[in-house]
Design a protein around this ligand. Structure first.
Ligand code: COA
Length: 190
């Protein structure tokens, strides 16, 4: 049984599972500027809060979606998702993290990733993958600090805001490789 994360620490930071009906609005507030104003997200139209709530619901059926609250306010979130749909990719998960600008550089991203990667590992995922539209020193720095290794760069793979963008991929081994087929990843909360 994988227990839901609800990790309160002495500094008042709480990492917990997202609740779609409760957290969709705040998570979308954090995310929307990256859709509107940057190439960090390749999405071009800001989703509605209903769409975002459904996105969280769909995600938590198979992967963790965690939020970090400081002083009761959600200031960031991180989630896992399917890397590719073909069966043999099922032990690989993509990971994503967003922290509100006022709370960057104080360890929020690391705290969210510590919890997210732990959860993915406990579900039985073997590899975590991250695709980062370049340039993004903060995201590359966070992933490198968490132990992700660069895999390669897709050149001019996305067009947004009047320019082509490269995407760097990194990966992290969540479990040591063996010659045997690993157990199936489990659903969250099972
Ligand atoms: C990327 C992001 C999540 C980092 O979160 P954060 O809370 O500021 O990061 P932390 O304070 O936890 O820092 C963790 C590590 O990342 C590295 N890092 C953070 N900001 C950095 C920066 N601006 N430049 C280089 N490295 C940086 C630090 O070296 C740090 O390592 P350490 O813990 O060993 O000191 C945050 O900047 C963000 O939300 N950016 C916008 C959204 C985004 O780009 N998301 C990723 C999409 S791929």
């Amino acid at each position: 049984m994988i227990k839901p994360v609800h990790a309160a620490s002495a500094d008042g930071w709480v990492v917990r599972d997202a609740v779609p009906e409760v957290d969709a609005g705040t998570c979308l507030e954090i995310y929307a500027p990256f859709v509107r104003d940057t190439s960090v997200s390749f999405e071009e139209v800001v989703p509605t809060v209903e769409e975002f709530r459904d996105r969280i619901r769909a995600t938590i059926a198979t992967h963790p979606w965690l939020v970090l609250a400081i002083g009761g306010r959600v200031v960031g979130y991180a989630y896992g998702s399917q890397h590719r749909s073909r069966a043999s990719y099922r032990w690989a998960a993509d990971v994503t993290v967003y922290v509100d600008p006022e709370h960057r550089g104080i360890g929020a991203g690391r705290r969210l990733y510590d919890a997210l990667l732990d959860r993915l590992r406990r579900q039985g995922f073997q590899v975590a993958c991250a695709g980062i539209a370049l340039p993004n020193d903060a995201s590359v720095g966070l992933h490198r600090a968490m132990g992700f290794e660069p895999v390669g760069v897709y050149r001019r793979i996305g067009w947004k805001a009047g320019a082509w963008h490269d995407v760097m991929w990194l990966q992290l081994e969540l479990a040591p490789a063996t010659g045997d087929e690993p157990p199936e990843p489990s659903a969250p909360g099972t």
